[in-house]
Design a protein around this ligand. Structure first.
Ligand SMILES: Nc1ncnc2c1ncn2[C@@H]1O[C@H](COP(=O)(O)OP(=O)(O)O)[C@@H](O)[C@H]1O
Ligand SMILES: [Mg+2]
Length: 310
């Protein structure tokens, strides 16, 4: 365990215990029955301060399970540790499970329950977080589709070369996608979007959703169809059953929430344009190749090129 983080926590009168989990961005340590500490790997302390106002907004929201809301931040130079509300239970699936099996009926129900619970939170101040590190939060005054299109445009302009190598018509495709997103009607059921609702971030206790952790990657207030579309696609990103699991989750979410399959495709394309270069140092990065594949998919391209009423 990180000695500096342990010493810092003790200095602040916490009693660090076992490691509860670790992901791409941090290691989470048990502090008490109700609190955990997340030791961040690559984020600047100032980036994390918005998590405090987001945490207060979460506390006021009627979500029917616990969320890993930040209660305090302790820091020492470049080391930042957030103190968060503990969420009971274990991850629905571990992060990056190799050879992941097909999603089960129970898992579909639980992912749907997680989405349904988050959709109870509708306060506008839940959009306090930068949409991605070094970005601003989405504006209160633009529609979700416009904000998403603006973000996709910025991210593509910043680093188009990886996608250009992989997809010949990417510039035209992105232009069309931006139009489609900007034309989307504003959802009348806007709510909290987690943004990274993978099964490792959904904790299960006694067969029910105990809570959701790890807000801050595309977390905002917007169209719930975005969270559902990305949750279905990222449930299993690399396994042999990935597409089948995506289809089963998408069908269940559409039936349960009345969502539109074509809008799912537009949001998946937006996600791919926004995040493809997030982790990549070259064109061999797994996440990049997954995003490129998404933008080559026939169902995704059809939703982009065919105008909504044709
Ligand atoms: N508030 C919490 N309460 C209980 N367990 C947690 C909490 N936050 C995270 N964990 C556990 O630690 C793991 C990694 O934390 P997470 O915040 O998802 O890190 P990363 O951003 O690196 O993915 C989670 O998958 C979960 O198992
Ligand atoms: Mg995580």
């Amino acid at each position: 365990m990180d000695q500096r983080a342990t010493a810092l926590l003790r200095q602040h009168r916490w009693n660090p215990g076992d490691i509860l989990g670790a992901g791409m961005e941090g290691t989470v340590i048990e502090l008490s029955r109700d609190e955990v500490a997340k030791v961040w790997h690559g984020r600047n302390p100032t980036d994390l301060h918005a998590l405090l106002s987001f945490g207060s907004a979460l506390e006021q929201s009627p979500i029917p399970f616990r969320c890993s809301r930040v209660i305090a931040i302790v820091e020492d130079g470049d080391l930042a540790v957030t103190i968060e509300q503990r969420v009971p239970g274990r991850s629905l699936r571990p992060d990056a499970l190799p050879n992941a099996p097909l999603v089960t009926g129970d898992e579909i129900r639980l992912m749907g329950d997680a989405l349904a619970g988050l959709s109870q939170a509708t306060a506008v101040d839940l959009n306090a977080l930068p949409i991605l590190p070094a970005e601003k939060p989405f504006s209160h005054t633009s529609s979700f589709g416009v904000s998403l299109a603006d973000l996709a445009e910025r991210r593509f302009e910043r680093r188009p070369e990886l996608l250009r190598k992989e997809i010949g018509d990417i510039d035209a495709l992105v232009t069309e996608l931006l139009c489609r997103l900007r034309d989307l009607p504003e959802s009348d059921s806007k709510c909290l979007i987690h943004g990274d609702l993978i099964p490792a971030n959904v904790l299960i206790e006694d067969g029910e959703v105990g809570g959701v952790v790890d807000f801050g990657f595309l977390t905002t207030v917007g169209d719930p169809q975005f969270d559902a579309a990305i949750a279905a696609s990222s449930f299993d990103m690399y396994g042999p059953n990935a597409r089948q699991s995506e289809q089963a989750l998408s069908a269940a979410f559409s039936a349960r929430f009345g969502h539109d399959a074509e809008v799912y495709s537009l949001y998946r394309a937006a996600y791919a344009v926004i995040t493809n270069a997030y982790f990549a140092i070259d064109g061999q990065d797994g996440h990049f190749l997954w995003c490129a594949e998404m933008l080559k998919r026939e169902d995704v391209r059809e939703a982009i090129v065919s105008p909504p009423d044709s």
